[in-house]
Write a protein that binds this ligand. Structure first.
Ligand SMILES: [Zn+2]
Length: 349
């Protein structure tokens, strides 16, 4: 397996036990290759490739140019995410992998409409993932939440149904609602009504915007969809008024640097505006987006910040505190405990 190519050979290291939060990571990009193969075997899925070629098919190879190319890699995983047990296992393993990377709080997101079918309801998909997360939480102590992603290419009415179902699970582990998928091909306007339903709930709202398309989408997500967090939002850097809006409304940008290279959002890692966002006072979190697809994890992304962008360890801790502040957790006591764990680390720097 190729490691992330964006970290120099002898990097400065983040403290190995630094408590980390991951607010932006997708279940569909978190399927371990060995789990994919085992599930395909069990479900008798005919694969269009040899087992030993699997990494070429589910991970970035460097030829991907756009978000759609990247999404096509992730979609290969859909083939095995078709039953309760599979969804539970993958959710569990995503949280387990995060825990091993020192993540103490994870908001895993997934699009249940992609996995439901005649014999597996949307509710069953959600419950499977919640069960997997709960099991990991009990076993490893990692705090977990589930964000439901409506996909841009899904019918308006389907995302409205998903939003209504999401509300039913707001006290059962679902913490937020998201819009994901092909940002260039499908306008967020198509799904405004789903977000109006969520606005009237305890669920947090985050929207993928300003990733494959322009800053206008960031403005739309904030002004019309009531987003308090933006997935990526990288293109906001091109607009002073968008940057001001983000600051004024105290919106958090969920930044995933390596993924932004793989989707062509930025041309090179050096040109990523993550430090400019941070230095301008915009709050950010650092996620891995699709850790298996992008061959990364949160500790890699933070190492990248330390080495390529000149962040200090203290600033990385500040990012973790921002992440807790902007998390969709409703329990203030847990928030407080997470922040205490992070603050204990200030003594090391
Ligand atoms: Zn994403």
């Amino acid at each position: 397996m190729i490691n992330t190519v964006f970290i120099p050979p002898n990097p400065k290291k983040i403290h190995k036990d630094m408590p980390k939060c991951n607010l932006h990571t997708h279940l569909e990009g978190s399927v371990r290759p060995e789990t994919f193969l085992a599930l395909a075997d069990k479900q008798k899925v005919k694969l269009p490739f040899n087992k030993n070629q699997i990494l070429d098919f589910i991970q970035v190879s460097g030829v991907e140019k756009t978000l759609v190319d990247y999404l096509n890699k992730i979609m290969i995983n859909y083939q095995v995410l078709k039953d309760y047990q599979a969804l539970k296992q993958v959710a569990y393993e995503a949280a387990e992998d995060a825990h091993k990377d020192g993540v103490i709080y994870i908001e895993l997101r997934a699009g249940p409409l992609t996995h439901s079918h005649d014999d597996l309801s949307i509710e069953a998909c959600i419950e499977a993932m919640l069960d997997g997360l709960q099991e990991a939480q009990t076993k490893f102590g990692i705090i977990t939440g589930l964000i439901l992603s409506g996909l841009r290419n899904h019918e308006t009415n389907k995302n409205i149904i998903l939003a209504k179902i999401a509300k039913k699970y707001q006290d059962k582990g679902v913490v937020g609602f998201d819009l994901a998928g092909d940002e260039v091909g499908y306008s967020a306007e198509l799904h405004q009504e789903a977000f109006t339903i969520i606005r009237d709930s305890d669920l947090g709202i985050t929207v993928h915007a300003g990733e494959a398309a322009g800053y206008e989408n960031v403005q739309y997500a904030i002004n019309n969809l009531n987003a308090s967090r933006i997935g990526h939002g990288v293109k906001s850097i091109e607009s002073k008024s968008t940057m001001e809006l983000i600051k004024e409304r105290k919106i958090l940008l969920e930044i995933c640097p390596t993924s932004n290279i793989h989707t062509g959002t930025v041309e090179s890692i050096e040109s990523h505006p993550v430090k400019e966002f941070f230095d301008s006072g915009i709050e950010i979190s650092i996620g891995d987006d699709d850790p298996i697809t992008s061959r990364t994890k949160v500790s890699n992304e933070l190492t990248l910040l330390l080495n390529t962008f000149g962040f200090s360890n203290n600033e990385l801790l500040k990012i973790q505190l921002s992440s807790v502040d902007h998390s969709f957790l409703k329990d203030d006591l847990i928030k407080h405990q997470l922040k205490e764990k992070i603050q204990e680390f200030e003594q090391f720097f």
